[in-house]
Design a protein around this ligand. Structure first.
Ligand SMILES: CC(C)(COP(=O)(O)OP(=O)(O)OC[C@H]1O[C@@H](n2cnc3c(N)ncnc32)[C@H](O)[C@@H]1OP(=O)(O)O)[C@@H](O)C(=O)NCCC(=O)NCCS
Length: 180
């Protein structure tokens, strides 16, 4: 079963759109990077092969459990991803956001624009959502800066809350609330 594709969201620095199989080579080039991998959940592949990218661009990113996944397109190529994954059942007023972008595109304001667009889309199109949250590795200053820039606030210190590369690590959690 696959989820409905999210709509294309146009920004001034990037376009957010559903992934297609043709995006796999570009996605793989940007994802296969230790500097990206070290900040992402343990299941993010390393090395990130073309087969991994093809699987993600076809069925993986469309699996209902993934929620909504957009590729981040800059200069006609996919250079990263951003996702919005609603929780289920009695927690369905929450959704987790996640994002990454290839190192060649860091510090150009692109991810901040992408997160701002997805956040605005969630409030406008998912009336059940009241809270968006982003768990972030505690050392990841860049990701925390992106979250703050988009109006998310630090809501929790999650000490010893994840294992990355065999090490127990601290995370922090940022959140944004629907204004009522
Ligand atoms: C973290 C990441 C998403 C930032 O993306 P980006 O497109 O470079 O971020 P932006 O250009 O939108 O920057 C937003 C703000 O963060 C700051 N920032 C970005 N990277 C930073 C870093 N490494 N350290 C400190 N601040 C940083 C920018 O200076 C900017 O602040 P400013 O507007 O006040 O100058 C990107 O580095 C990345 O994908 N890293 C690897 C994967 C990852 O960490 N994903 C997030 C997992 S929670």
């Amino acid at each position: 079963m696959t989820a409905a594709s999210p709509p294309t969201l146009q920004g001034s620095l990037c376009t957010l759109r559903p992934l297609t199989l043709n995006d796999a080579p570009s996605l793989q080039r940007h994802a296969d990077d230790e500097a990206v991998w070290r900040n992402l959940f343990e299941g993010f592949p390393r090395p990130y092969t073309l087969v991994d990218a093809q699987a993600w661009c076809s069925t993986g990113s469309r699996a209902p459990a993934m929620g909504h996944v957009w590729g981040i397109e800059v200069d006609d190529q996919i250079v990263g991803c951003i996702s919005l994954r609603p929780d289920a059942g009695w927690l369905r007023c929450n959704a987790e956001v996640g994002y990454w972008i290839g190192q060649a595109f860091w510090r150009r304001g692109i991810t901040s624009e992408a997160l701002a667009r997805v956040t605005a889309w969630a409030w406008a199109n998912r009336p059940e959502l009241m809270r968006l949250y982003a768990p972030i590795f505690a050392w990841n200053e860049g990701s925390q800066a992106v979250a703050r820039k988009c109006g998310y606030f630090l809501e929790a210190q999650l000490r010893c809350s994840a294992i990355k590369d065999g090490r127990v690590i601290d995370r922090v959690q940022y959140a944004a609330l629907r204004s009522r």
